[in-house]
Design a protein around this ligand. Sequence first.
Ligand code: DMJ
Length: 460
Amino acid sequence: MKASNRAALMAAVAAAALAAVLAGAAAGPPPPTPAVVDRAALAAQAREALLQAWRGYERYAWGHDELKPVSRTAHDWHRESLLMTPVDALDTLLLLGLKDEAARAQKLILEKLSFDRDISVKNFEITIRILGGLLSAYQATGDARFLSLAEDLGTRLLPAFSSPTGMPYMYVNLKTGKTSGARSNPAEIGTLLLEFGTLSKLTGKPVFYDKAKKALTALYERRSPIGLVGEEIDVETGKWLSPASHVGGGIDSYYEYLLKCGRLFGDADCERMWAESLRALNAHLADEAPSGLWYGQVDMTTGKRTASEFGALHAFLPGVLVLGGDLGHGRRLQESCFAMWNLHGIEPEVLDYRTMRVVSPAYPLRPEIIESAFYLHRSTKDPRYLEMGRTFFEGIRAHCRTDAGDTVLKSVVTKEKGDLMPSYYLAETLKYFYLLFSEEPVDLDKVVFNTEAHPLKRTW
Ligand code: DMJ
């Protein structure tokens, strides 16, 4: 552009800006500047919320899996407790400096936790919560008894991988090794390698890494020609049982682990699988709607749109996009998630983003939207994500609080309460709040959070 043209253009821009300012002045006062977020106060409140939640567990559910804060009773997943809440909460208690509470959790786990139980457990849930929790407890405390427990558990879970394809059965009996549940899904098959891989690195026994990697690869190899996976698959035949492709429950953390296993282990296969999957997600699931950018549902083979649903579980994706280097999509998708939250002052389990109507109204204290705000804030330092975090925190404290800890909502529309404090509320939701609000240093090149927010460190 010539200098004279550039000068004319700059004058026109300045005149337009001045006109806009004057027009604004004539129309009334400018919109209020959002109040500055007091990070220290919010971090202290997150710590206080953890303390209340933990005290509720100690008082009414000690030794059991989870607390039911409304009835002040306990919930166990199986006929014998696996101490789900103490194992899930321990590294959060340590991180937030609740030393006495952490010491009591540690003592309970080391004295009482045993896997010599005749119970059939969900391989995925036990891996992300208990195996992940024990491994991070070992890395945080250096107490070798946590690693022994982790190795015992990992060994008892190994029969799950005995299917003809190498993809794990959904259930395995901890005592007998009997498996069941050939009908599985990408999340349950592909969200195991961070934990099993770390177990191999820490014990020097490659079998755990190899089985979980084989399962992940077997699943990836069954992707469609356009690079997508479906919602359900038979682990014996390898045939897809549902072609619905999305990033919600049943698929979500499969993508998360492709990225994170590349980062934690430097595994080049995972890096390649993640890069190819990200391309397919952006090509086929990303959906520009009047309400913003979303990632919806398509048929895994044809790419044809089959639903415009997005919800609390899908909200992990902005964080994973940012961690994977796609800041542009991550930022825009988080804005959509924020709009979803603000519809009713707390997010629903599922929303139709074309009609903006709630499809499934529950809010089970999920962490994903907060986790994404944490990754976005660490990456951009943009105070917008602190403001989002404050909105999330205030919404939860306004609607989910009981005298004995926080509880799930049956409906974000009516705000009717349910009666459960899931263990991931202490492992994830409160941890990500604290990490978002505090200045706690976390080197995301060395620490990888598993899908239950247990930090795994590359110490090898
Ligand atoms: C957690 O157990 C994990 O984050 C999992 O990946 C999805 N479901 C819950 C939290 O919503």
